[in-house]
Design a binder for this molecule. Structure first.
Ligand code: NAD
Ligand code: IPM
Ligand code: MN
Length: 358
């Protein structure tokens, strides 16, 4: 029996295009190994070049087109020729908001073979899952700019609802319980942000009380950032608002080998009416784009998260093990990890390991 997954591919901009093709390479290799599993890919050339031609990042019916797929796999968007708020509000955020993909899952792990920039920490010792609220908070796009010159005025409002806060914190605790994780940390700024963050803290306490076996901690975001660097081993699951978890996910990536290794998933765990959305934590990296030197592992691990979402956990596990082996061997790696290999050589090496390990 054939099992076909329909995947929309949006390579996007900059290194997005370079890394997504390596992820697709791995998925194709996996479908040859796990025979009934098949992928049907459809690629969309949406993003900044499309914007420069058409004045929008994707067609007006973009969400209509995407909604029939099982999952969306994106590289990155962002181009120095276009203001970032235009690109991101034109493509990335409408997908997460429009499809109500309220969970942002961003796991990082210090793989054996990867140097930690912090002293006295070795492979395997950092293992953190950042869980990001994806559909409201500081990203709610409520506000505006009025006035000119000296009178210019901007209002940017955060939107925090009981429903939005409760469902993401509940997901974090359920995730911890299912994965046998021991601790959930919440990061807010309720000393300065008196409404949304105070509500968040209150709901965190309520939800936490339903999971007595899990240790909890509520920290201020500034102290949490400091402490993640000082004591990364002390963190397990971290749940935070849209903006704070965005910042924390770059920070946790940086203590576990950098942006080239950090995957991301956005999905609705209760309702798969709309496709899940899978993109690495990193952006389009204009500083290295076009050179073939970007690390594709973040995108490849993102494909692993997509396999889990699609129910293909065995294939996901094999892909994870192949990435671990590539990193442990320290032979074929990109420049960010101290190697000389090109993006496609890392993808090829992971495919080689996949083929030899099943
Ligand atoms: P970035 O993540 O693109 O790059 C930050 C730094 O990390 C750069 O020095 C870059 O070279 C390095 N880096 C990132 N990914 C790497 C990889 N795979 N291998 C090796 N090095 C890597 O962040 P930025 O520079 O702030 O953003 C660039 C553009 O991307 C902006 O337009 C931003 O808005 C956009 N962005 C998009 C997404 C997305 O589409 N999901 C995410 C973040 C940023
Ligand atoms: C990310 C990115 C985006 C976000 C930006 C580019 C809007 O930083 O996916 O982490 O903050 O959601
Ligand atoms: Mn980010």
């Amino acid at each position: 029996m054939k099992k076909t997954h329909h995947i929309a591919i949006i390579p996007g901009d900059g290194i997005g295009k370079e890394v997504v093709s390596e992820g697709v390479k791995c998925l194709n290799a996996l479908s040859a190994i796990f025979e009934p599993m098949q992928f049907e890919f459809q690629s969309f050339s949406w993003g900044s070049d499309y914007f420069l031609q058409h004045g929008m990042m994707m067609p007006e019916n973009g969400l209509e087109i995407l909604k029939g797929f099982d999952a969306i796999y994106l590289g990155a968007v962002g181009d120095p020729r276009i203001p970032d708020d235009v690109t991101l509000h034109g493509l990335l955020l409408p997908i997460k908001f429009g499809f109500d993909l309220y969970v942002g899952l961003r796991p990082v792990y210090l793989f054996p073979g990867v140097d930690c920039p912090l002293a006295h920490i070795s492979g395997g010792e950092i293992d953190i899952v950042v869980i990001r609220e994806n559909t409201e908070g500081e990203y709610s796009n409520a506000g505006g700019i009025v006035g000119i010159g000296e009178s210019e005025l901007a209002i940017q409002s955060g939107l925090f609802t009981r429903k939005g806060i409760e469902r993401i914190i509940t997901f974090a605790f359920n995730y911890a319980r299912q994965k046998g994780r021991k601790k959930v940390t919440s990061a807010t700024k309720s000393n300065a942000q008196r409404y949304g963050m105070v509500l968040w803290d209150k709901i965190f306490k309520e939800v936490a009380s339903r999971y007595p076996e899990i240790r909890t901690e509520s920290k201020l975001i500034d102290a949490a950032c400091m402490d993640v660097v000082r004591n990364p081993k002390g963190y397990d699951v971290i749940v935070a608002s849209n903006l704070f978890a965005d910042i924390l996910s770059d920070l946790t990536a940086s203590v576990t080998g950098g942006m080239g290794l950090a995957p991301g998933a956005s999905f609705n765990p209760k309702d798969k009416t709309y496709p899940g959305f899978f993109d690495p934590v990193h952006g389009s990296a204009p500083d290295i784009a076009g050179k073939g030197v970007a690390n594709p592992i973040a995108a490849i691990l993102t494909a692993k998260l997509m396999l889990d979402y699609l129910g293909e956990t065995e294939a996901g596990e094999l892909l994870y093990r192949a990435v671990s082996q590539n990193l442990a061997e320290k032979k074929v790696r990109t420049i960010d990890l101290g190697g000389l290999s090109k993006t496609n050589e890392v993808g090829d090496d992971i495919v080689r390991i996949l083929r030899s390990s099943k």
